[in-house]
Design a protein around this ligand. Structure first.
Ligand code: 5AD
Length: 341
């Protein structure tokens, strides 16, 4: 166990069987190692990313997701270009250095409209822009990059092809991978990640997810437990394990020591102080939701989603207080991936 952790800390490589051993451990030593590596490579700053959930309209029918197109029990919304830009402006005005635009796969936001939104937000100030709007063509991704987008989030969700197929009707695993490699090749800081606790997901397949993160050379990794949503086919399935998600995050920190890893909302949702715990087990990013409450509570990918922070002036001081309580500070710059010194 200790020799595996030392190898992870020093070489940032682990074999499949070593990862499986860590996933089956109680996690205590692993968390300590991940916290050390986090401190050494990315320091004590926590980068904030202001999240705007701008549309919950989605053409896909992912089995776990509350905004799947087959869910008729949800009020759909789509913010206008003006509303999106106004929210971004409020976020920038209160001090956020990154804006994240996240939405369902909504074809209303075509290439040209997205490019207008991207360049207008980028012209508002010295801010990084992250997109999380799903699978698109290489041509679209290229246009988004040229318009000024800096980062892109697209979780692979699972690398188990059979499970991927069962969870994503009508979607294609190869295309998802194609998107990720296209994003990397275009120079986006590329984020991916996986869900923990999908039905029939094995420890071995989760270990392979982690090796995939390394193979892609991901710049950001988001990991969260699966949370059953009542209006989905997986309503009666078990909730994912918090500690398993934490272990996946911690191992990812060992293998990709300098990347950005968020303490995810799903972790906070299923465990009180889950976000703080994540920050002490490898995470260094926090993504407050600044979408207006009236829309944000409709962006229910899973029930009881934690924390809608809004754009009130005191958002920063509240977050700062909470971070200071674990000896961490708010990042002062845009928080791009740090080079390995
Ligand atoms: N539980 C947890 N996470 C979910 N996501 C979608 N639905 C759920 C759920 N029921 C995650 C997916 C997606 C991200 C935006 O939210 O991993 O990539």
């Amino acid at each position: 166990m200790n020799s595996i952790l030392n190898k992870g800390k020093e070489t940032h490589t682990l074999s499949l069987s070593e990862i499986i051993e860590l996933l089956n451990s109680d996690g205590v030593e692993l968390y300590k190692a991940a916290d050390e590596v986090r401190k050494k490579y990315v320091g004590d700053e926590v980068h904030l990313r202001a999240l705007i959930e701008f549309t919950n309209i989605c053409k896909n029918t992912c089995m776990y997701c509350g905004i799947r197109s087959a869910n008729n029990n949800i009020q759909r919304y789509r913010l206008s270009k003006t509303e999106i830009i106004e929210l971004a402006k409020q976020g920038i005005d209160i001090g956020f250095k990154t804006i994240v635009l996240q939405g369902g796969e909504d074809s209303y936001f075509n290439k040209d409209l997205m490019c207008e939104i991207i360049s207008e937000i980028k012209s508002l100030g010295d801010v990084a822009l992250t997109l999380s709007i799903g699978e698109r063509s290489l041509d679209d991704y290229r246009a988004f990059k040229l318009a000024g987008a800096d980062r892109y989030l697209l979780r692979i969700e699972t690398t188990d092809e059979n499970l991927y197929k069962n969870m994503h009707p009508g979607m294609n695993f190869e295309n998802r991978k194609r998107c990720l490699y296209d994003l990397k090749s275009l120079g986006f800081e590329t984020g991916t990640g996986c869900l923990i606790g999908l039905p029939n997901q094995t420890i071995e397949s989760i270990a392979k997810d982690i090796l995939f993160f390394k193979e892609l050379d991901a710049d950001m990794i988001g990991v969260g437990p699966f949370i059953p949503h009542p209006d989905t086919p997986l309503a009666d399935n078990k909730i994912g394990s918090f500690s398993l998600a934490l272990k996946v995050m911690a191992i990812t920190r060992l293998l990709l020591p300098n990347i950005n890893i968020p303490a995810t909302t799903a972790m906070e949702t299923i465990c009180k102080d889950g976000r703080k715990m994540a920050l002490e087990c490898g995470a260094n990013v926090f993504m407050p939701n600044i979408t207006d409450y009236s829309s944000a509570h409709k962006y229910e990918i899973y029930p009881n989603k934690a924390g809608i922070n809004g754009t009130k002036k005191n958002v920063f001081s509240e977050i700062e207080k909470s971070l200071n309580s674990i000896n961490r500070t708010i990042g002062k710059d845009k928080g791009f991936k740090k080079a390995i010194e």
